[in-house]
Write a protein of this length. Structure first.
Length: 290
């Protein structure tokens, strides 16, 4: 279901009026046994998801602060959505800390990834806050694309047993659900800007964020593989084959990524709440009505 694409103007919103951002306070992986290659015995897939997870605690704290900085004067609906967004992100941080500790218990050092993220965030200390919000908006689009792809194509998590798969599906559901919050906050914060300025800043930020996100995560993945003694151009090629060929996460999200630059873009132009309903099995109190 596609909503109207008239959301260049901050007075409108493509976020569904009946959207309910639900707090699913779940716990995962307590008492789990360490498993080196937990994703179908595949070292590349495991390293990719471990690298992603290691960025979330510090990254999501940044998202929270960037959005909260512009909540003053927001509508009652957006204020409530920001509050729910913050609670969801806090829960994601807590659970990925557990997953990261499990990776460490499996023999991996993932601390260098957290340090890389910390260093990048320190570079933002003296920038205008609206640029931090723009970066958050771009990265939230990435996490929403990740969530959509993981729920749409079970191949990505095939072989991830129990909580090791469920934590990613739970996270994906909530990333889809709150995918419009940072964008709506951005439009609220820049309501006095021209449409051209708003588009220019958000587009440049998406290009910068995309380059850093992809190449830093590829490097993180390669560094984790090196801890298994898997190095050299062949393993670097396997990373890119994993991302571009099969299952091809980056290839599959390309249309959604390009849509970000189109006039009238809004995350909720594509209403994919059906994916939430499809994967809600353990969250019966949050099922969409028939």
């Amino acid at each position: 279901m596609n909503a109207p694409t008239t959301f260049d103007h901050p007075a409108a919103t493509a976020t569904p009026a009946d959207l309910d951002i639900v707090i699913r306070d779940r716990r995962f992986l307590r008492g789990a046994e360490p498993k080196r290659w937990w994703l179908n015995g595949d070292p590349v897939a495991t390293a990719w998801f471990n690298a992603l997870s290691a960025t979330f605690p510090r990254g999501e704290a940044f998202f929270i602060e960037s959005v909260k900085a512009f909540r003053e004067g927001a509508s009652a609906k957006l204020t409530a959505e920001i509050r729910a967004f913050v609670r969801q992100e806090i829960n994601h941080t807590r659970e990925h800390i557990v997953l990261n500790k499990l990776a460490e218990a499996s023999g991996y050092d993932v601390s260098f990834i957290d340090q890389r993220v910390e260093h990048l965030l320190q570079l933002l200390n003296n920038r205008p806050m609206y640029l931090n919000l723009a970066a958050t908006m771009a990265l939230e689009h990435f996490t929403a694309m990740l969530g959509h792809e993981l729920l749409s194509n079970p191949e990505h998590l095939a072989g991830a047993e129990g909580d090791l798969g469920d934590i990613w599906r739970w996270h994906s559901v909530e990333e889809i659900e709150h995918k419009g919050v940072a964008y709506d906050t951005w439009l609220h914060a820049t309501k006095d800007w021209s449409r051209w300025k708003r588009w220019k800043v958000k587009s440049l930020m998406m290009v910068i964020v995309s380059k850093r996100f992809i190449f830093n995560r590829v490097q993180d993945t390669a560094d984790l593989l090196a801890q298994d003694g898997l190095t050299g151009w062949k393993w670097r090629a396997k990373i890119w084959a994993y991302l571009l060929v099969r299952p091809g996460f980056l290839r599959r999200i390309a249309p959604q990524w390009l849509a970000f630059f189109m006039p009238g873009f809004h995350p909720w132009n594509h209403d994919d709440r059906a994916l939430i309903a499809k994967h809600e099995g353990d969250f019966t109190d949050a099922l969409l009505p028939a």
